[in-house]
Design a protein around this ligand. Structure first.
Ligand code: MOS
Length: 733
């Protein structure tokens, strides 16, 4: 029985629901002190005076730019290994570049004392003019160096001529707001020095990145830092980079000579640790009467901070999605006095697919073509930008299956034509897509004399199922029942694994676990073959089957032995290691997941309240390792998309640049009552090119297309095109 594909329960489920799973802030090394990060209350300027209240009890350290340890020579605020290493605020100068920027760390014997002393820290500023509206910022734009390694701008064919060649044109601008990740577990770091060795319990999507960045900034060797993170309470991209508080915690712990815990409060999640930037996307499309595009243009402006360039790569999706003989895309940055933005839930594809797929819907209506048919007329089997075939693409099947499941053929194409009581009913659809990434990863797999298999890799589980799926991969690779396998992660001393971002953990780490498991199996066969006491003595490796914890000879199945007996006689655990890395596949194929999303909205005709009673999402994501956790993850992505479409927006006070809804009460995300029926289907898809198991990433594709499908459904219900997210009821009044 193969474990891969089976809908097994989460192997860490019990630990999660019983509280046995310990998150970063739940570690209490002896003598631990408590730190509070203090942040600026102005958006621009400098600190004139900063003074602690001497009366505050229990204070061990007030670290400011006046007394913070200097970084090693040449290590400025340090933009290291971007984008994992960011431009940080490490109290090296008095400058303030945004509101909520770290300006001090207060350490005390108790959390209460630290909080009180932080609140009573006296700060005087000299303020400087700040850019706090996107409107002002966008008057001065500039191109970023690169967009995720690709050119900021592209042109193919003659764009202007292509725009004129079509019979119908669209020129529309779409806007998405600042959004904040808000994992339920905030960023948290416990830093403990033992002489010259630093141990960090840090909530992160990349333990090896934390190890490398922190050691570099502090000027110590990588081996002097151990990073532990067995459980990450959600990330969504903000924990993919190392932010200021991690290094500040290590610096403070060194200063006070005690372990230090630093947990960001919820409000500090709104600025110092990234967010999704405001984007403005101009879409220009031109098509012939039959729906075929003659030109497509996608011009993006996104804000970035004063201290670092970070671009939301919105137009990449337009480059690869549809056949379009002429095309122009561009990305521009506009500086604001806000924190540096970062990766958030399909950065680029989530925002870019909103603009592209809403624009395609608008054009389809103008042409009188069904939205699915419009997409099929521009369907391509080759990536039109890279000029490479897709490694696999099941999008036709996704459209077909989704349409059938949803009942799309019963849609009356006219807006405001469908209703249910006093609700206007709208049906909309959009295409989903996300690239398939993979990076080098290593793993070790051990069999113990009791027959149990333990696999390890320094990867992360953000709550998405890494523990579970890697257990399945290890079990199958060795040939033991899944109950006899276990997977461990979250310790920088384990074999190296990449960031859990870009939806690539499974693609990268499963390849290494699979290779190490197979190497272990071969090792066991070799040991048995060389052992005069084994029934398998003298056997050839390719004449052996491994299943259920047994090795048996294919040509003579009577000759078999339990793997555990082989290990026992061997006298101790047998271990194998493997490193797996991508080859040149990405030069031969364009690798992406695809899907189709269908949404029904009900809009109250009087109150304009928008509800989403049902969503159908159909995806081609290669091999799904676990049918249950995989479906849950895609469903979670759709929930993000509904939040993006209808609820999420970080609102900044335009006078001071501080988030006015910097808390979970007022930063709205979908709750259970907001979610109707979500139907997720995954088509069978074989992809021999992406990685050995053929598993494309599923972490982020779920959000893509959803905002457009909702906007298209809202238009179908009401006749109103809302091009600014989120679509709140006031936009329909
Ligand atoms: Mo994801 S936004 O690449 O962590």
């Amino acid at each position: 029985m193969s474990a891969i594909g089976a809908p097994i329960n989460r192997t860490d489920g019990w630990a999660k629901v019983s509280g046995a799973a310990r998150y970063s802030a739940e570690h209490f090394p002896p003598q631990m002190a408590h730190a509070v990060m203090v942040t600026s209350t102005i958006p621009a300027g400098r600190i004139k005076r900063i003074e602690a209240d001497a009366e505050c009890p229990g204070v061990l350290l007030v670290m400011t730019h006046e007394n913070a340890p200097p970084l090693p020579p040449g290590m400025k605020a340090g933009k290291l290994q971007p984008p994992i290493g960011r431009v940080l605020s490490l109290l090296q100068d008095d400058a303030v570049h945004y509101n909520n920027q770290p300006i001090a760390v207060v350490v005390a014997d108790t959390p209460e004392h630290a909080r009180e002393a932080a609140a009573r820290l006296h700060v005087e500023y000299e303020t400087a003019p700040a850019i706090l509206t996107f409107e002002q910022a966008r008057q001065h734009t500039y191109p970023p160096d690169k967009v995720l390694g690709e050119s900021a701008d592209t042109r193919r064919g003659d764009f202007e001529a292509g725009m004129l060649a079509g019979s119908v044109q669209l020129d529309a601008t779409y806007v998405t707001p600042y959004e904040t990740h808000n994992p339920i577990e905030p960023h948290a770091t416990v830093a403990a020095w033992d002489g010259e060795h630093l141990t960090l319990y840090d909530s992160t999507q990349y333990i090896k990145g934390v190890q490398s960045i922190v050691s570099t900034i502090l000027g110590i060797r990588q081996e002097q830092v151990t990073v532990l993170c067995p459980f990450t309470g959600g990330g969504f991209g903000c924990k993919g980079s190392v932010w200021s508080h991690v290094v500040l915690a290590a610096m403070a712990a060194k200063q006070v000579g005690r372990p230090v815990k630093l947990v960001l409060d919820r409000n500090q999640m709104f600025g110092p640790v990234g967010g999704r930037p405001i984007t403005e996307q101009r879409m220009r499309l031109s098509a012939m009467a039959d729906g075929r595009l003659t030109a497509s243009g996608h011009d993006v402006i996104a804000y970035t901070s004063m201290i670092e360039d970070w671009i939301e790569p919105c137009a990449l999706v337009t480059r690869m999605m549809y056949e379009s003989p002429a095309q122009q895309t561009s990305h521009r940055l506009a500086r604001m006095n806000l924190g540096t933005p970062t990766f958030m839930r399909a950065p680029g594809e989530a925002t870019g697919s909103f603009a592209l797929e809403a624009a395609m819907d608008e054009l389809a209506y103008e042409l009188g073509i069904d939205p699915i048919e419009m997409r099929l007329r521009n369907y391509t089997e080759r990536d039109p930008q890279k000029q490479l075939p897709y490694s696999s693409k099941s999008l036709r099947e996704c459209y077909q299956l989704g349409a059938d499941r949803f009942g799309w053929s019963r849609r009356n194409p006219a807006p405001r034509s469908m209703r249910e009581g006093d609700k206007l009913v709208g049906w909309g659809m959009a295409t989903a897509t996300y690239p398939t990434h993979r990076m080098a990863a290593s793993a070790t797999v051990v069999m113990h004399p009791d027959g149990h298999v333990l696999a390890r890799s320094a990867t992360q589980d953000l709550g998405t199922g890494t523990y579970t799926v890697m257990t399945q991969v290890a079990a199958d690779a060795v040939g033991v029942p899944v109950e006899h396998a276990r997977f461990e992660l979250g310790d920088s001393r384990m074999p190296e694994a990449p960031v859990s971002g870009g939806s690539m953990t499974v693609a990268s780490v499963s390849s290494a676990v699979h290779a190490a498991g197979q190497a272990l199996r071969l090792k066991l066969i070799g040991i048995a073959a060389a052992d005069a006491l084994s029934p398998l003595r003298g056997v050839q490796p390719d004449d052996v089957d491994a299943a259920d914890g047994w090795l048996s000879m294919r040509s003579d199945p009577q000759r078999r032995e339990r793997m555990s007996s082989i290990v026992k006689r061997h006298g101790g655990p047998v271990e194998a290691n493997a490193k797996a890395e991508p080859g040149s596949e990405s030069e031969q194929y364009s690798m992406h997941s695809f899907g189709a999303v269908f949404v029904e909205v009900h809009v109250d005709e009087t109150l304009c309240e928008i509800r989403v009673p049902r969503v159908v999402g159909v995806y081609g994501v290669g091999k799904l390792i676990n049918a249950k956790t995989g479906r849950s993850q895609l469903m979670g992505g759709i929930v993000w998309g509904l939040g993006m479409a209808l609820l999420e927006e970080t609102v900044f006070d335009e006078r001071v640049g501080r988030a006015v809804n910097g808390n979970l009460a007022e930063y709205h995300v979908p709750v259970n009552a907001d979610i109707g029926n979500i139907d997720v289907l995954v088509v069978d898809e074989e992809d021999p090119h992406v990685n050995p198991l053929g598993a494309k990433g599923i972490g982020e594709i779920g959000i893509t297309g959803v905002a457009a499908a909702v906007a298209n459904a809202v238009w179908h219900a009401t006749g109103k095109r809302v091009r600014d997210l989120p679509i709140t009821l006031d936009t329909l009044l």
